[in-house]
Design a binder for this molecule. Structure first.
Ligand code: UN1
Length: 474
């Protein structure tokens, strides 16, 4: 059994939960300890005790720990990428790429620990100086989803530590293995006892106990809209950062490079089995290119090799769980009932191993008001909305409660520039997939997708530090 990490000690629990491979449900990767309310409270107390000294540690100490952890992650990226793919179901090259990205994130924030600055402002009153500095927030609760088992924990834990906060980390139940590996690496890299605590276990127990505990100063969460709403409700007015769903549009205009547009839709909609909040799930296509685009994409999807995530040559792995598969199928069924046309996919695939394999699915003839265009599916499913021209495309793109990212494929500078300005999204991609972002750049959305300061890049410090303004007279 893989234990919890509390106050610098590894702790076993009487109960454990199996970590099952979604490509092969007969493959139980490991068993992980399950924290309850008592363990959660002990971890929070440990973080509370450790926070003051850690907050006073030098930037060099924090840099060195993150640097060492990043180095190890990079050196072991093939093995850790394999574990990630085995427990989450994205294909091995994607798993290894994610392990590499997590290492790069640790290295980036190792540097950020050294780059902290303040401001010195001459007062309007004689002789007085004003200093603006940043201080750690204290204890940060980190709740992460299953779709990026290493990268998302890395981009929350690394800045939390870099800026001097103690962490209580609760990963998604479906991917405890990657979370455990990351905590183990950071622990051995020299994180002092109590500064990083790992609580594997059920969200409704551990996550709830974290939300309820006032000794946690801030919560950063990535996951579903429903859970995000619970986090917000539990902490009214509190320091909360929420990254929730998306219903991201990819606009394809008549003048687009067809090959590029098909590639953007394929990558953005279906790589990582479409299980990304940045996925291009609404393909908004103008009339002149619609039929060619749909037919090329449908052919490519029908030929996509779907199978065991660790098998050589497989292009798309399984969806993550039976629950997720059921939800995906229900979305497809509802889209058909509401008038959508199933162009390709829609069926569960049998392979040599028992896994949750779903054929990549394209639904055409949809309208913005249909459920498939309003609710996030979080699977290998995209819908096509046919529109007359650019203006109609822009209106359809913005016709959603979400606002994470928005993409456009066009060779028109005029339309690209207009779209960058008018898309109601935190991130806009021109001639690129909506998913797959740089690790050193801020990340985040608008509207119902996000709440609070942006994550990552230099903007990460907004959430993980408090500003102090000090006036001094001689
Ligand atoms: C990416 O597209 O590279 O949960 C990152 C998600 C996002 C991360 C996407 N928070 O899918």
């Amino acid at each position: 059994m893989k234990p919890l990490l509390i106050g610098g000690d590894w702790l076993r629990t009487s109960h454990g939960a199996g970590n099952v491979n979604p490509s092969d449900t007969a493959d139980v990767i490991d068993t992980h300890a399950e924290a309850g309310i008592a363990e959660t409270q002990t971890a929070i107390a440990a973080a509370r005790d450790a926070a003051p000294a850690w907050g006073r540690s030098t930037p060099q100490e924090r840099h060195d720990i993150l640097r060492r952890a990043g180095d190890e992650l990079l050196a072991r990226r093939e093995k850790l990428g394999r574990l990630l793919s085995r427990e989450e179901g994205k294909i091995l090259p994607e798993g290894i790429a994610e392990a590499t990205r997590a290492a790069q994130i640790l290295h980036f924030f190792a540097g950020e620990a050294l780059r902290q600055t303040g401001e010195l402002i001459p007062s309007v009153r004689p002789g007085i100086t004003v200093e603006i500095t940043r201080e750690p927030v204290g204890v940060v609760g980190i709740i992460t989803p299953w779709n990026f088992p290493l990268a998302i924990p890395a981009w929350k834990i690394a800045p939390a530590l870099a800026f001097g906060n103690a962490v209580v980390f609760k990963p998604a139940e479906l991917v405890p293995g990657s979370a455990w590996a990351l905590a183990d690496i950071l622990h051995r890299a020299g994180t002092p006892p109590g500064v990083l605590n790992l609580l594997t276990g059920p969200g409704r127990v551990v996550g709830q106990a974290m939300l309820d505990d006032p000794r946690i100063d801030a919560i950063t969460f990535t996951g579903s809209q429903a859970t995000g709403a619970r986090v917000a409700a539990a902490r009214p007015g509190g320091r909360v950062q929420l990254e929730m769903g998306g219903k991201n549009p990819l606009v394809v205009l008549d003048d687009a490079d067809l090959d590029r547009a098909v590639h953007c839709a394929l990558d953005g909609g279906f790589f990582s089995t479409g299980q990304r909040c940045t996925a291009s799930s609404r393909l908004i296509v103008t009339e002149g290119i619609h039929d060619r685009f749909v037919s090329r994409l449908a052919d490519r999807l029908a030929a996509l090799k779907v199978g065991h995530a660790l098998e050589e040559g497989v292009e798309m792995g399984p969806v993550v769980s039976q629950d997720q598969l059921d939800q995906d199928l229900a979305h497809i069924e509802r889209a058909r009932r509401e008038g959508g046309h199933l162009r390709t996919g829609g069926e569960v695939l049998r392979r040599q191993t028992r896994g949750y394999f779903l054929a990549p699915t394209l639904i055409t003839g949809t309208e913005p008001a249909m459920t498939i265009n309003r609710e996030e599916v979080f699977g290998p499913v995209a819908s096509v909305i046919r529109v007359r021209d650019y203006d109609a495309a822009l209106a359809a793109a913005n016709d959603t409660p979400f606002g994470l990212c928005a993409g456009i494929c066009t060779t028109s500078l005029k339309h690209a520039s207009d779209f960058k300005r008018k898309a109601e999204a935190g991130m806009v991609m021109v001639n690129l997939p909506t998913a797959g972002v740089d690790y050193h750049v801020p990340f985040g959305g608008r509207k119902a997708s996000s709440h609070g300061p942006k994550e990552q890049g230099t903007h990460a410090r907004e959430f993980f530090t408090e500003t102090k303004i000090a006036y001094t007279a001689p």
